[in-house]
Unconditional design. Structure first.
Length: 365
């Protein structure tokens, strides 16, 4: 073998080792997510630099370590278009906003790009791992442990009474633990629990299931503790589907551990709902809907027939709006506010984004 061939082989081996190490980092990065969120909650400036660094590593991975392909070309072109889009948005907001907060705008853009970057990166990571390893089990295992960390944090926040309230409305209960947003952690638990219960069901050993079970309990408890309907609905749907699957497989394979445990989890969850934060909040929502009906029906003096009919229609419409607002937890107000801000924005902002905080404050002279 010539010297050039030896150098070429050595270079390929180094690239292969680097590629595997980066892929392993991103698989472990799944577990790191809740830890980064907790550091942000306690005021440590770690999460944003780590996420920016991960985006840079992922871009390097796609550009230099992924083999040339049609998918790679499309991904790099897409990333380039996103980068150009964000630069135009940042430049335009500099001229139309006064004051202009550079760091806030950059953080907003990074958070906006982050999800897209991660989806592209994990597409190539998973495609590479799927060729050599049991990718499905690896991902389920990582998500299980990530969910376990989230659940432990939520339970610890409950015990120490240090969780962040999910709602500003005092009649509603629930907290998001040491995470900033109740809505976001609801979605995370709702999606992650599907992988968690799948990993639990696929575990063949009863001993393994028994030590995994406390983490499953804590995940269900965490979902009900947040107080949102999203987390509750996700948990119930996943447990219903999992129970049906477990019963079918138990009958088919004559293995009854899953067929007993998973339906028991479903029944226990349903029984615990009235005593949970989300159970209280569902009661508040119903009270808000029925309370409006009582007010409308009890007020007013007798009127002529046409006026009474008009008032009845108006009351019914107002009652419906109140019920919808209660069910949506005032998300319709947020949507209306953003729609109004969008209408007031300039044409360039409408095309390339309004940035942080989403509105044009004062035009520069």
């Amino acid at each position: 073998m010539t010297l050039m061939q030896e150098q070429s082989t050595l270079k390929k081996n180094k690239q292969s080792t680097l590629k595997k190490n980066i892929e392993l980092f991103f698989i472990l990065y799944i577990i790191l997510q809740p830890i980064l969120d907790v550091t942000a909650f306690v005021g440590l400036t770690i999460s944003e630099p780590v996420r920016v660094l991960s985006m840079g590593i992922g871009l390097f991975y796609i550009a230099f370590l992924v083999k040339p392909s049609k998918e790679k070309t499309i991904a790099l072109l897409y990333i380039g278009m996103i980068g150009l889009f964000m630069l135009i948005s940042l430049g335009n907001n500099y001229f139309v906003k006064n004051p202009f907060f550079l760091m806030d705008e950059l953080i907003y853009l990074i958070k906006t790009m982050y999800v897209v970057f991660m989806l592209l990166i994990y597409y190539f990571i998973f495609r590479s791992w799927n060729q050599s390893l049991d990718l499905g089990n690896a991902v389920k295992r990582m998500v299980f442990w990530g969910m376990a960390i989230v659940s432990v944090v939520m339970v610890t926040a409950t015990i120490t009474d240090s969780g962040r309230r999910s709602y500003g409305f005092l009649a509603k209960e629930g907290h998001s633990g040491w995470f900033f947003s109740g809505n976001e952690i609801s979605v995370i638990i709702g999606m992650g629990f599907a992988f968690m219960i799948l990993h639990f069901i696929d575990s063949s050993s009863l001993k393994t299931k028994l030590w995994q079970l406390p983490f499953v309990f804590m995940a269900i408890y965490s979902a009900l503790t947040i107080g949102t309907k999203v987390a509750l609905g996700s948990i119930l749907i996943i447990l219903v589907v999992s129970s049906i699957t477990a019963l079918f497989k138990g009958w088919k394979n004559r293995s009854w551990s899953n067929a007993i445990i998973v339906p028991a989890l479903l029944i226990g969850t349903i029984l615990f709902i009235p005593y949970s934060a989300v159970g209280n909040n569902l009661g508040v929502t119903l009270d808000l809907g029925s309370g409006q009906e009582t007010v409308e029906e009890s007020g007013g003096n007798p009127t002529p027939e046409e006026e009474a009919e008009a008032k009845a229609d108006k009351a019914a419409e107002q009652e419906e709006n109140e019920q919808i607002a209660a069910l949506l937890s005032s998300r319709d107000d947020f949507l209306n506010q953003k729609a109004q801000q969008f209408e007031e924005a300039g044409i360039v902002q409408k095309l390339f984004g309004m940035g942080w905080p989403g509105i044009m404050i004062n035009s520069r002279n």
